[in-house]
Design a protein around this ligand. Sequence first.
Ligand code: NAP
Length: 320
Amino acid sequence: MKAIRVSQFGGPEVLQVAEVADPRPGPGEVLLRLRAAGVNPVDTYIRSGGYARAPALPYTPGFDAAGVIESVGTGVTHFKSGDRVYATGTLSGAYAELVLCLEARVRPLAQRLSFSQGAAIGIPYGTAYRALFDRGRARPGELVLVHGGSGGVGTAALQLCRSRGLRAAGTAGTEQGRKQVLAQGAAAAFDHSVSGYEPALLQWTGGRGFDVIIEMLANVNLAHDLELLAPRGRVVIVGSRGQIQIDPRAVMGKDADVLGLSLMNISAEEFAAIHAALGEGLACGELTPVVGCERPLAEATRAHEDVLAPGARGKIVLIS
Ligand code: NAP
């Protein structure tokens, strides 16, 4: 089969198309024929060699995949060949024509969703759900700021807010991104690319502040977030690409919580619970992944450049 392989850590150009042996499913494993792979920012951090958990070289990148079951190993009970599925967390890497996964990491793909939408579920919706409900303890009726609402995690978070009775504002750096933020359920959209936009966010809450802030770029925004929090508010750090100085008194004064999140830390039970919770919303239409860009698998290099560029509008996927 063809796969995208990384033989040395480095820039996007180290992503190379190669011919590799077809994987075969062992006990409890399933093999899926790829139709779409999700491109997540973490794929670029790992590829560059700067990520805490580095894979052994050479490796095939990618966590999120959607496709059709090709074959199953012994003991697999929930899937058979021909089933439409999505997976998150693979054994062999998602950027490949065939993808090996543990059965527990695979879920049925709702008929109403395309394969590209299926590849946009795993990390984005899993992260958004965990940030809002497991870490952020968001409750119906609360006010949420999705700080970075135009990308994969942000659109998922806004849809989840809408479906759970949370009133949300979102930010994006482009006009198109802000239109999308509104279309995905935000009651208001703000531009994080202009300086001094933060007071308008506080004004939108009537001066009270947000109960929960889902933060995609904490190294830029965390100090402002603390000013934007309501008493007993929670900031959940989803993304950060550097360091920042904050005033701890801004946390103390509000009995606020600053929480971190790494989806890599979730247990098998937490994974199953999150995807059980997402399943009904994905099937009935409350949750619909937004695919902003599809590229052929062979254009993984371009996709890695795109995913770090400003101007997000949903998810970037590689199709096969
Ligand atoms: P994405 O699709 O590339 O979207 C990036 C988002 O960040 C866009 O909405 C972008 O808005 C926004 N952004 C850019 N500048 C910003 C600013 N100054 N303030 C607020 N937001 C800003 O990425 P993603 O998949 O949604 O992931 C978002 C972040 O979370 C990434 O850093 C990713 O690595 C991280 N993440 C972490 C976990 C975890 O387990 N902790 C899991 C998934 C993702 P514009 O493009 O409109 O400017």
